[in-house]
Design a binder for this molecule. Structure first.
Ligand SMILES: [Zn+2]
Ligand SMILES: [Zn+2]
Length: 123
């Protein structure tokens, strides 16, 4: 897990449009994350930004449903039903093809990468 590069949550709205960390810093100030533009979509944008730390934390808990987050799936040998049959057994764990062995669905990994800066922010 890479180190956190953002101000930790919870984030709260202060002075109407400032998104801040909820606890005061050593100087008694609430660290400001950003100011939300007071345009037509202000309420929706503010709600989404305030939820961002929770959304990231929730995504980080999501496990690949095919392998339950293990990143591997058990592959059963088709010959093992007959234990007397001498064979080269290929029973064992193989990388989960649903998540490429990462343990998380690709769309979840992609969203986390975007949210943590692992995907370069353009602009
Ligand atoms: Zn998987
Ligand atoms: Zn076998």
């Amino acid at each position: 897990m890479s180190e956190t590069k953002h101000t930790p949550g919870r984030w709260i709205l202060v002075n109407g449009d400032e998104v801040c960390h909820e606890h005061e810093d050593s100087e008694g100030l609430l660290p400001t994350v950003c100011t939300v533009f007071k345009g037509d979509d202000f309420e929706g944008n503010a709600a989404l930004i305030l939820a961002a730390p929770d959304l990231l934390a929730a995504l980080q808990q999501v496990k690949c449903p095919a392998c339950n987050g293990k990143g591997t799936r058990h592959k059963y040998c088709s010959l093992c039903g007959d234990s007397t049959f001498d064979h080269e057994c290929n029973d064992g764990d193989v990388p989960c093809d649903a998540c490429d062995g990462t343990g998380q669905p690709p769309y979840v990994s992609a969203a986390i990468a975007k949210a943590t800066g692992a995907t370069k922010v353009e602009g």
